[in-house]
Write a protein of this length. Structure first.
Length: 119
């Protein structure tokens, strides 16, 4: 294993960002820290630190499924149609202009939406 690089202040460089980890929660199934770590080629501890931070920020949920087994998942509880579209497309919520009355959402094929112009 190669030594981890350090930045100009002597701190370890982050190999994986929170956004890298967030991508796993666009999937519909729970995941373990080990699964994420294996796919991103980093240590389980590095991923666990990010998962715990995301859990503290109410971004994801955790469930103990065994004596030492935990799965992490994202509760699907968006408050607005714009949040649903943001999740589906990966674009920021601010890019969607949708009337509040559009949520709870009908069939996504029936929903009319448009990107907000960023002139």
């Amino acid at each position: 294993m190669s030594p981890q690089e350090r930045d100009e202040n002597g701190r370890y460089r982050e190999k994986v960002s929170l956004d890298d980890v967030r991508q796993f929660f666009r999937r519909s199934e729970p995941v373990t820290a080990t699964e994420i770590a294996d796919e991103l080629h980093v240590t389980g501890r590095a991923i666990l630190n990010k998962l715990n931070r995301m859990h503290e920020n109410d971004e994801i949920e955790r469930k103990e499924v065994g004596a030492r087994a935990v799965v992490w998942y994202r509760a699907l509880n968006p408050e607005t149609a714009a949040e649903v579209l943001s999740d589906a497309t990966g674009r920021p919520v601010e890019h969607f202009e949708i009337p509040d009355a559009a949520y709870p959402m009908p069939d996504p094929d029936d929903l009319e939406w448009a990107l907000v112009d960023e002139d």
